[in-house]
Design a protein around this ligand. Structure first.
Ligand code: SF4
Length: 331
């Protein structure tokens, strides 16, 4: 039976924007719920501004939600560790950032970067520090590790820096790593190596990953399940194979059409009707209605809820059922 690690319940971030007389609300993330099992890889996919990186930051507690719950092993971490710097949670949930150039301090060596989490979380005695750092470098494929441990970031390639960032995230032996577009700034030839490394880490250490990406091919290669986001809301969840083979939500269909080839990404303009995601002062109705070629009257009047399908698949669209958001029950 699946061992549920993380449970996200109705997570939301709403910001007040605008001036004194034209106040608006930006719904960056709205009513997002999903779970991650131990050793699971879940991809969050969507266009820029869809809320996927914000969700990763919320889970890593680098941003504060305005609503919802984050449960780790069934415990509500916002209640049990109300301070964002909650040490125990940080030890168990780590983040890899998009930019391997900016995420390492240029004045410190690789050894320093990897020693910080080990010392901060009192994982290891100082005598054992160097052997453990060498071991971490070996784990992420920087071999021989002695050649890398005393280097500064500027003398490493982009792929090597990202491996150091991954080693740093692994130092605390976390249960979950949120990887925010970890390959998007790397050469195509190196991307595959990094994805293979993440897969190996999952297989060998049972580390779960939340993989934020705009690259559907990468999501399919790495993830067990894909969650599609639009305008801060989840609109479809399915196994990677099901979603790529037969996307249900019209927006997911557009994403796939925009990235039909291996290595394709959503940098390609989507073949959709013009219009921006409606997450500023959103009105009732489907957020995608303005761009959807199949929109019906009901789509503009009431927000669709979830329709559940086989294989734990769910889609938020009236084409598959008449569930309204205010009537739905979650499963
Ligand atoms: Fe299109 Fe309506 Fe489905 Fe929204 S609910 S995606 S507008 S068909």
């Amino acid at each position: 039976m699946a061992d549920k690690l993380l449970d996200i319940q109705h997570l939301g971030v709403h910001f007040a924007i605008g001036g004194l007389f034209d106040k608006s609300t930006l719904r960056a993330v709205h009513d997002v719920h999903f779970s991650v099992d131990r050793g699971d890889i879940v991809a969050l996919v969507g266009e820029s501004g869809s809320g996927k990186s914000t969700i990763a930051k919320l889970i890593c507690r680098l941003e504060k939600p305005t609503s919802g719950k984050i449960l780790l092993d069934g415990k509500d971490v916002l209640e049990t560790e109300p301070h964002a710097a909650g040490k125990e949670y940080r030890k168990r949930v780590q983040m890899i950032f998009q930019d391997p150039f900016g995420s390492l301090n240029p004045v410190h060596t690789v050894a320093y970067h990897l020693s910080r989490p080990l010392q901060l979380h009192q994982i290891i005695r100082s005598n054992d520090l160097r052997p453990r750092i060498l071991q971490l470098l070996e784990t992420v494929g920087l071999r021989p590790a002695e050649d890398f441990i005393d280097k500064f970031p500027h003398s490493l390639s982009g792929g090597q820096r990202q491996r150091v960032a991954i080693a740093r995230a692994l130092a605390t032996e976390p249960d979950l790593i949120c990887a925010d577009e970890p390959t998007s700034m790397l050469d195509v030839s190196i991307r595959m190596d990094i994805l293979r490394l993440l897969t190996d880490l999952r297989n060998e250490q049972q580390t779960a990953f939340i993989f934020v990406t705009h690259d559907l091919a990468a999501a399919r290669q790495l993830a067990d399940r894909i969650l599609v986001l639009y305008a801060g809301q989840l609109v479809e969840e399915a196994t990677s194979d099901d979603l790529i083979a037969d996307p249900k939500h019209p927006y997911a269909q557009l994403l796939l059409a925009a990235a039909p080839q291996q290595g394709g990404s959503l940098d390609t303009p989507l073949p959709a009707k013009p219009g921006a995601p409606k997450n500023v002062d959103p009105q009732p109705g489907c957020a995608f209605a303005e761009r959807c070629s199949q929109a019906m009257d009901v789509c503009r009047q009431q927000t669709p809820g979830w329709t559940w399908m086989e294989n734990k698949r769910r889609v938020r669209c009236y084409l598959y059922g008449d569930t309204r958001a205010d009537e739905e029950t979650t499963k």
